[in-house]
Design a protein around this ligand. Structure first.
Ligand SMILES: NC(=O)c1ccc[n+]([C@@H]2O[C@H](COP(=O)([O-])OP(=O)(O)OC[C@H]3O[C@@H](n4cnc5c(N)ncnc54)[C@H](OP(=O)(O)O)[C@@H]3O)[C@@H](O)[C@H]2O)c1
Length: 334
């Protein structure tokens, strides 16, 4: 087992769930440390019934640490994580900064665990909207190779961190009282609205969030030419991202077969009974580690097309759970 584990960004939306998961899953280690910015340093927290305090993240804070699980903004991951690697730590990073770099493993344990075990430096955990989609795509691709993927996302405000959640709550309360509210995490009001931009503008009119879904999916699945066409939308749901996914495969996959393939795959739960109004909802998937799939049906516009609806807790499988699963994989293979 690892001797000392440092959770970096431990006060954030993802970091809070990482702490919770390390407790819940009884992650084996002798010592845990919790790091964040100077703003949080000295603030007390309780972990496994013991009192701790947040420490400030610095370049020389990694001495004696064996494993770092980090969830900070990209610039902080860029600035500090090389020091952790130099100090000899295994490093798992949630940020977007390292994912597409050469020699950085990008890992979903159900899909490409070997990449984590072979990694020499930082192991990155994918973008939240990518992770749930790739988990859903993998059993289909194993049955009949994917030709094309079209995805539209309905992303929760917790994807924009602690401030995203605060904006949804405070913005909604202000809206109902007809009072002004200055949004900090979003460029437009998110209360009672839908914003078809997540991230910055990139090539061909796509956003950075959309291109993450293209490039990260290709890297994790080892399919450099896979055609992926995403549209990412922020909606006023507090937690859990939803996605409509349409796939075209080389040979047809019937809805019955897809249900069977999904149900047999680790980490997927099928909830698919339209007649009785049963399908995954953000409200029912909140707090779960699985990827939930429903509304499985043939794409009536395409011979080998299949449609489905996919919901997952972006703070859990989309972030913290995936990182902790990678940590467990490393721990079991020390
Ligand atoms: N939210 C999601 O669904 C999700 C999913 C997948 C990946 N991610 C990625 O995970 C990362 C964290 O996201 P989040 O949603 O948890 O954000 P967040 O709630 O804003 O938390 C950010 C964390 O980083 C720390 N931090 C910020 N500036 C720092 C600095 N100068 N020095 C040291 N620590 C600093 C914060 O500490 P203080 O509290 O002290 O400021 C906090 O612990 C981001 O890269 C995000 O893209 C998020």
């Amino acid at each position: 087992m690892f001797d000392t584990v440092a959770v970096v960004g431990a006060s954030g939306a993802v970091g809070q769930i990482i702490r919770q998961l390390l407790e819940e899953r009884n992650f084996p280690a002798r010592k845990f440390r919790f790091l964040a910015s100077a703003r949080s340093a000295g603030t007390p927290l309780t972990f496994k019934g013991e009192e701790h305090t947040f420490e400030e993240l610095t370049q020389d804070c990694f001495g004696g640490v064996d494993l770092v699980i980090a969830s900070t903004p990209d610039d902080i991951a860029a600035e500090y994580l090389p020091a952790a690697v130099d100090a000899g730590c295994k490093v798992i990073d949630e940020s977007g900064y390292w994912r597409m770099k050469e020699n950085v493993a990008l890992v979903i344990p159900e899909i490409n665990p070997q990449d984590a075990l072979n990694a020499k430096g930082i192991i990155a955990s994918p973008n939240c909207s990518t992770t749930q989609m790739v988990v859903a795509l993998k059993p289909l691709h194993d049955f009949s190779p994917l030709k094309r993927v079209i995805v539209s996302t309905y992303q929760a405000t917790s994807g924009a961190g602690v401030q995203g959640t605060a904006d949804l709550h405070q913005g909604s309360a202000s809206y109902l009282k007809n009072e002004p509210y200055e949004y900090k995490a979003f460029a437009h009001p998110i209360a009672f609205n839908a914003i078809p931009q997540i991230g910055s503008e990139k090539e061909h009119g796509y956003t950075s969030e959309e291109l993450k879904m293209v490039y990260e999916t290709r890297k994790i699945m080892g399919l450099p030419d896979l055609k992926v066409n995403p549209t990412c939308v922020r909606i006023p749901v507090a937690n859990c991202h939803s996605e409509t996914i349409t796939v075209e495969t080389e040979s047809p996959i019937s809805p019955e077969k897809a249900r069977e393939l999904f149900a047999a795959f680790p980490g997927i739960t099928v909830v698919d009974d339209l007649k009785n109004g049963q399908y995954p909802l953000p409200s029912t998937c909140d707090g779960s580690d699985d990827v939930f799939i429903g509304r499985i049906r043939k794409d009536i516009s395409c011979d080998n097309g299949l449609n489905f609806w996919c919901v997952s807790d972006n703070l859990r499988k989309g972030a913290a759970t995936n990182a902790v699963q990678i940590a467990e994989l490393l721990s079991e293979n020390l």
